[in-house]
Design a protein around this ligand. Sequence first.
Ligand code: ADE
Length: 328
Amino acid sequence: MLTTDDQQALLAWYDQHQRDLPWRRTNDPWRILLSEILLQQTQVSRGLVYWRRMVDTFPTVEAMALASVDAVLKAWEGAGYYSRARRLHALSQRVMLSEENGGFNGELPRTYADLLSLSGIGPYTAAAVASIAFEQPVACVDGNIRRVMARLTAQTDPAAKEVQAWADAALQTHRPGDWNQALMELGATVCTPRKVRCGACPLASSCRGVDAPERYPAPKKQKKTNVELSVVVEVALDGYPVLSQRPMSGMFAGLWGPHYTEEAVEHRSSVVFCGTLRHELSHRSFTVHVHRHTNTECTTGTPPDSVALSALDTKVLELAGLKTDNPR
Ligand code: ADE
């Protein structure tokens, strides 16, 4: 368990060494919420780009609520995990409702329980926003904090409940937002998965894992599914691809793209093979055989920058020889 001296040492370290990130320079709960949703599965360097884009496009919760889900997906394009964007849009619309209608009169709620009731907000995000934006004394747990805890206590596989109990007990209640961020920052910059920098750690003297930090926690075996697909990019007479919007559930829900198939397509007449590409998602490895076909029955296609595309579809269109201005 951490001593009072440890807690003070970590906060002092954070005050001195924290990265200068734009969402740490604001008290605006909406901007803080956007950062926490983006950072859930995205590295800070990429998160910065998308955070800036989301804040510029939707400076307030109201601005997002008034926009279409397509506009939100377009701003989110390339960030991955698109269900987060759809849930964020639903969240904004709920917040704008009056209280009688189950909303929050246009203000983000301040408590952990109310935040948790919003679409797309799980225990981590509710605790992060409640503590960082509203100084509520709630401890959050993410992968960084789990690693810090596992090392401090020399455990290879601490259960989620144990990590939460540890975080609850360790919480510095007079600076809860800074405390949660200090633990995450330590995990992100010092107590990293590899190349651990114990010499720079303010908690090293209390750490039971300091002699062999990389043993804790033991890596979780993640099985990836290999998916092999073919795609024929239909090209209209105006040179643009024929794209359609995917259904609102399932993979790449709500995004636009060409049609994928598990069947062989080479035998179709006038289908030209363009190449094979690989694309990695967290749980899936894609191998995609890309083809193109000029569709003489179709006069107009869809300009790729006018719709939201996944990074995979952007690569597919590029390999098929079509220009896209979309970032990866
Ligand atoms: N990861 C997610 N949110 C974070 C934050 N506020 N500080 C550091 N790392 C984070």
